[in-house]
Design a protein around this ligand. Sequence first.
Ligand code: ATP
Ligand code: MG
Length: 496
Amino acid sequence: MQFDTMPNLLKKRVFLTPDRTAIYFNEETITFKELYEKSLQTAGKLQGLGVKKDQFVGVLLKNHLDTVVILFALQLLGVKAVILNNRLTTKELIWQVNDARAASLILDNDFEQIKKEVTIPAVTKDQLFAATSVTPEIQEEINLNDVCTVMYTSGTTGNPKGVLHTYGNHWWSAVGSALNLGYTDSDRWLCSVPLFHISGYSILMKSVIYGMPVILHENFDAKRAINDIKNKHVTIMSVVGTMLYRLVEALELEGCQLPKHFRCALLGGGPAPLPLLEACKAKEVPVFQSYGMTETASQIVTLAPEYSIIKLGSAGKPLFPSQLEIILEDGRMASPREAGEIVVKGPNVTSGYLYRPDATQVNFNDGWFHTGDIGYLDGEGFLYVLDRRSDLIISGGENIYPAEIESVLLAHPDVADAGVTGFDDETWGQVPAAFIVRKKNAHITEVELKQFCLENLAKYKVPKSFYFTDKLPRNASKKLLRRKLSELVQEGRIHK
Ligand code: ATP
Ligand code: MG
């Protein structure tokens, strides 16, 4: 007999600890019992509007208590929530709604334009809450293999792909994280990352699975985050690099430090530049570097606290339930310190992409997921992520990772943002080119930046050309679109 069923997660949590606080949102607090009751009522309204078990339903909502209620209502009904990024353009959103073949769409009141343009039934949050409720058919049990959510990848390397997350993926992600970070009854997690990303949604799942209060913010504001860390006793917070920069800046401005109860800034989403990690070390911000992607239902590799200093720059080791290997181009396993593709396996890893058997087949091999990222393991099995395979620059037979050069450039006090990509070159095959956004009132020149790079990088890695611009092309997740950098030059939109 296979044990692939579990009780409905929210219902079980309510049974265990009904009166614990589930969410703090602005001035409101809500216990697990209240969250369940509201979600149950909303499930009744959704069912009344024709939403049914197993349908894919689009969700386009901001970080809000109501969003949490709606997301759990969908889980209660056994609906597969296609959680959409509200920073996308209308065109991109319509593409995803169509790609997912969503049966209907639930959206925030001020996304009127999209409501007009989609061809499927769309209800605003207000319309939903005003609808009449029927007695909902609740999924008393969940099957760990059933799809709970669909989230699209950020589309950094091409078109976004719909990633299927089962209940099992979410469950094991939460368990793997707790086995690494630990969990105590005094933990409270600050969620100022978007709920539409796996980084945010996974915090909600942890809340229910651990019985842990979440402090939910509409968006990230460094001052507010510091305030709530102090006053609402936040112990853990999920961050991406830019948030952490702003947090450290704000601490410096206020001349203060985070309280001792704050034990973890879980950093993910992209490379962690060394200067940032060093600034955090100086300010005693406890950073846990991590590596993960939509496909791994949040982090799959995290640096355990006792290694955060001695292994600075490493993303850590795979979480307890997961495995990781580095595979060379010829299919062999890499030796320590040898760079190759990062492949991962584990119960938190997606089983594939929605309606994309082609991409699923290309990326999966015997249960191992090929991430498309390059990295290496040191002699003790700590992972160092170098870059995306598609962004690798091969110059005169040497591999150059744009992220390493960007990290050096970002360490220059006059540089606000930096992007590096490869340009074709007759002699070397490819050479690195840098795109720089200067800090306000800074006048740094190409010659000075080249000199700075020469002091910090091997000569072949020093960019051969520098372009200065006001803004780098980033996607809705603020990730650098390196493939668009060379397009800017080709299209004549940027000059040296
Ligand atoms: P797409 O798959 O559509 O191109 P994406 O890969 O940017 O988009 P996400 O799932 O949001 O979509 O991002 C995961 C990626 O972010 C990883 O595959 C990796 O390239 C990068 N990343 C995550 N953590 C780290 C890290 N610690 N260091 C370097 N890169 C990281
Ligand atoms: Mg990806």
